[in-house]
Write a protein that binds this ligand. Structure first.
Ligand SMILES: [Zn+2]
Length: 283
């Protein structure tokens, strides 16, 4: 199985609610992550870097790659900063992508007040297409009261999906709570996917409580209905958003969302295809 959306470092998003302290030390987070992955039988995962990019670390992935050295099967997702689209920066980004250790790019809609159609993102779309990696956008609810959620509405992805047909886009969090809007963008376009991460966020006791109150079932039904609308189970990938949710209860929840016939594809096959990951690949 592949978990295509986790964090092993603080993403440093403006105004974000706190991330756990153990994300500050590569060895600590590596130990916890190996444990979590083993407990759910996930052999490959993709972790998102930090918005704190520098000239030396143009995609904010240095820390994540350090953790990846200690976690077999872990890969990095670089952060595309639309505020930095000068030639020198983009050359450094390109060199980093050519190293093959970064398997996707991510844009943080809403946390930054830039829509996906902002010119600052265009060169990143081209680089993603040339390198054969997808471009992921945070969409939907933001984990910060400083964010402006109108920039994160999933319908905005339609604009760039049409204008950049050579780039594969991923709607992270399936546009939560705008599932049907996200579904329409996936249904209509050939180059748009979604991940199922972050639809419930909380600790073990939160998940137990949601299950007891029937809320987990209710969310799963809304998500499943929107997935059905797309008629494209081949365009969904699994993600947990760990450590914002523990892996085991999140996987249980995702199992309630995804129809049994589609589980092999959503939990593994689709991500293999999208990220070009072979079984047993390590970064
Ligand atoms: Zn996330």
């Amino acid at each position: 199985m592949i978990d295509a959306h986790i964090h092993v470092e603080n993403p440093h998003l403006p105004g974000s609610k706190p991330f756990p302290d153990y994300l500050n030390e590569p060895a600590h987070v590596a130990e916890r992550l190996r444990c979590e992955l083993r407990s759910v039988g996930i052999d490959q995962a993709l972790a998102i870097g930090s918005l704190d990019t520098t000239d030396e670390d143009p995609l904010g992935t240095d820390f994540t790659l350090e953790v990846a050295e200690q976690v077999p099967g872990l890969f990095a997702i670089g952060v595309a900063d639309p505020r930095r689209s000068d030639k020198e920066h983009l050359e450094r980004v390109e060199a980093q992508l050519q190293s093959g250790r970064v398997r996707a790019l991510k844009g943080y809609l809403g946390y930054l007040y830039y829509g996906p159609d902002h010119p600052g993102y265009r060169s990143y779309y081209r680089l993603a297409a040339e390198t054969g990696i997808p471009f992921i956008f945070h969409t939907g609810d933001n984990y910060s009261t400083k964010a402006k959620v109108k920039y994160a509405h999933p319908l905005l992805i339609d604009e760039v999906a049409v204008d950049h047909p050579e780039t594969n886009f991923v709607i992270a969090h399936f546009g939560c709570p705008w599932f049907l809007d996200a579904a329409e963008v996936i249904y209509k376009n050939d180059n748009v996917w979604a991940d199922l991460s972050g639809l419930l966020v909380g600790d073990e006791s939160y998940f137990r409580e949601q299950q007891r109150r029937g809320q987990m079932r209710a969310v799963a039904e809304r998500v499943a209905e929107a997935m059905d609308y797309t008629e494209r189970p081949d365009r969904f990938i699994y993600g947990s958003d760990w450590p914002l949710a523990p892996m085991r209860p999140y996987l249980f929840f995702a199992n309630c969302v995804v129809a049994e016939d589609d589980q092999q594809a959503v939990f593994e096959g689709n991500a293999r295809k999208l990220f070009g990951l072979q079984e047993g690949d390590e970064s």
